[in-house]
Design a protein around this ligand. Structure first.
Ligand code: 5RP
Length: 217
C-alpha cells in the first residue's frame, strides 16, 4: 500500500467523525486533499467550515463543501489536519506546506483536533526542521536575532497573512516544549510549527489497510 493510499484511509476514517450541523476546521496538505472528497461524499447538511489555506478553500468549494472566513465563528466542533512528524509524546511538527499559523489557530479553536497521517509520520525523535512564519515588518532584524539556524524557505510566497515562511534547523528538538517557547519568545515570530500534545485530541495513523487511532486528550 502506498503512502498516498494510507493518507486516504486515515482521511476517510476521520471524515466519519463529522456530523451534520458541525463547525469544522479543514487543514492543509496532501492528506487533507483526501479528507475533502470523503467529507463531500457523506452528504452532510448545515456544515460550517473554515479552511487553513486558500488551496483547501478552493478544493472544498469545488466539491460543494461550504467554506467561510474565520472571523465570526468563535469555536469549532472539530478540526482535521495532517502532520509532518509526530513523536510518541504527541508533539507534532507542522508547516511543511507553510500553513502552520492558520493551522494552529484553527486547532486551538476546535473542541477536537484530529491528526491524520500515513505510517511515515510517526517517529521516535523529530528530524524535520521547525517551520516558522515571520512577520514581514522588521524581517532583517528578526533574522539577525534568530541567527544562522533560521533561513527563509526558498521559492515560498508570503502566507495569506503576509508572513514569510522560514525553517529552524538547530539544536533543541529533543525538548520540544523548551524549543517552542524559545522560538515563540522572539517578537518577530508569528508562529512556529511545533504543536503541543495539549492541542491534539486524536491521531489516526494508517499502516497498510489498518487505521490506528490514538486518543491524546
Ligand atoms: C501544512 C501542514 C501539513 O499538514 C503537513 O505538511 C503534512 O502534509 P501532507 O499531508 O501533505 O503530508 O502542516 O502546513
Amino acid at each position: 500500500m502506498s503512502a498516498d493510499d494510507e493518507k486516504r484511509l486515515a482521511a476517510e476514517a476521520a471524515a466519519e467523525l463529522v456530523e451534520s450541523g458541525m463547525t469544522v476546521g479543514l487543514g492543509t496538505g496532501s492528506t487533507v486533499a483526501h479528507l475533502l472528497p470523503a467529507l463531500a461524499r457523506r452528504g452532510l447538511t448545515d456544515l460550517r467550515c473554515v479552511a487553513t489555506s486558500p488551496a483547501t478553500a478552493e478544493q472544498a468549494r469545488g466539491l460543494g463543501i461550504p467554506v467561510e472566513d474565520f472571523d465570526s465563528l468563535d469555536r469549532l466542533d472539530i478540526a482535521i489536519d495532517g502532520t509532518d512528524e509526530v513523536i510518541p509524546e504527541g508533539w507534532l511538527i507542522k508547516g511543511g506546506g507553510g500553513a502552520h499559523l492558520r493551522e494552529k489557530i484553527v486547532a486551538a479553536a476546535a473542541d477536537r483536533f484530529v491528526v491524520i497521517a500515513d505510517s511515515s509520520k510517526p517517529v521516535e525523535k523529530f528530524t524535520w526542521p521547525v517551520p516558522l512564519e515571520l512577520f514581514a515588518f522588521g524581517l532583517a532584524s528578526t533574522l539577525a536575532r534568530l541567527g544562522p539556524d533560521v533561513s527563509l524557505r526558498p521559492g515560498t510566497p508570503p502566507s495569506p497573512d503576509g508572513g514569510l515562511i522560514a525553517d529552524y534547523r538547530g539544536p533543541g528538538l529533543d525538548d520540544p516544549a523548551t524549543l517552542a517557547a524559545r522560538l515563540e519568545a522572539d517578537a518577530g515570530v508569528a508562529a512556529q510549527g511545533l504543536f503541543p500534545p495539549a492541542l491534539v485530541s486524536d491521531i489516526f495513523i494508517a499502516r497498510g489497510t489498518d487505521v490506528e487511532r490514538t486518543t491524546i486528550g
